[in-house]
Write a protein that binds this ligand. Structure first.
Ligand code: A2P
Length: 276
């Protein structure tokens, strides 16, 4: 079976397709609608959005118009990073559900341990409050799995110490070269699944000479190497593209990178992302 059609099983038994379609940085409206439509047409059954991307409405429309049964598509959204209280989290969730126009969502996660505008701020108490609101919605059956994103081991420890439901996932920026070993081994130990956003380093990884060398060995593109690498690491990559040929190419990862080439990819070091 193609990787695209395979699933991982989360710590509560919910199945999640191995490759997700990332929608960060796709403009709301027609761009998102078209991209998600193309992704679904080409076999993706896992779509990742967020309140913060402002494109949930277009994601929901594309899913409904696809004609594919709602239960066949795994949808993730995220609680905005600045919402760190119980009532605020409940309200934000209703906003998400209204935008998507769904009865339930598959995965809802706290977007970050701190507001994007105050990165590093201690919001431990607020994260517990927001997470408790998500636990309530989870127990009511409105969310099939809850989790976190961009959480460090100590941020997760705080949730484990004060809440009941072990997060199903931690969605982190993970790609060839970035060192996420501490977070990954902590999450593995606790049964928290790793989802990998920016699997291509938002595109900046694709001209890396080592990745290109390995790509030539397998006669695939650098993007396919980046995605396959994350699959072999046992994570769920969430590649984003607005171009159909790339949307298709990013699902064509049914080859095996040999141990020696995985070791070569491990020699890539650093974070190539540029933010300007
Ligand atoms: P585009 O959307 O114009 O196709 P990430 O998934 O790490 O966030 O990377 C997304 C970036 O990589 C986007 O700029 C996207 O551009 C580009 N991209 C996605 N898939 C491919 C591919 N197969 N080949 C080259 N660039 C790609």
């Amino acid at each position: 079976m193609k990787v695209l059609n395979q699933t991982y099983t989360l710590n509560n038994g919910v199945k999640m397709p191995k490759i997700g379609f990332g929608t960060w940085q796709i403009k709301p409206g027609d761009d998102t609608y078209q991209a998600v439509t193309l992704a679904l047409k080409n076999g993706y059954r896992h779509i990742d959005t967020a309140e913060g991307y402002q494109n949930e409405k277009s994601v929901g429309e594309a899913i409904r118009d696809s004609g594919i049964k709602r239960e066949e598509i795994f949808v993730t959204s995220k609680l905005e990073s600045h919402i760190k209280d119980y009532e605020g989290a409940l309200l934000a969730f209703e906003k998400t559900m209204e935008a998507l126009a769904f009865d339930y969502i598959d995965l809802f996660i706290i977007h970050a341990p701190w507001p994007w505008s105050e990165m590093g701020k201690d919001c431990k108490e607020g994260n517990v409050l927001a997470y408790k609101a998500m636990e309530k919605l989870y127990k009511e059956g409105r969310i099939r799995a809850i989790g976190v994103s961009n959480f460090s081991p100590s941020d997760i420890e705080n949730i484990l110490n004060h809440c009941d439901v072990v997060p199903a996932v931690n969605q982190i920026g993970y790609f060839i070269g970035i060192d996420q070993s501490e977070t990954i081994s902590y999450c593995n130990e606790k049964g928290i699944f790793i989802e990998a956003y920016s699997p291509l380093g938002i595109g900046y990884l694709l001209d890396n000479p080592i990745i290109n060398q390995v790509a030539q060995t397998y006669k695939v593109s650098p993007a396919q190497i980046c995605i396959r690498y994350l699959i072999q690491k046992g994570t769920a990559p969430l590649p984003k593209s607005v171009h159909e040929h790339r949307i298709i190419q990013n699902t064509d990862v049914d080859f095996e990178i040999k141990d020696e080439d995985m070791a070569l990819l491990e020699t890539v070091k650093g974070d190539p992302r540029r933010w300007s």
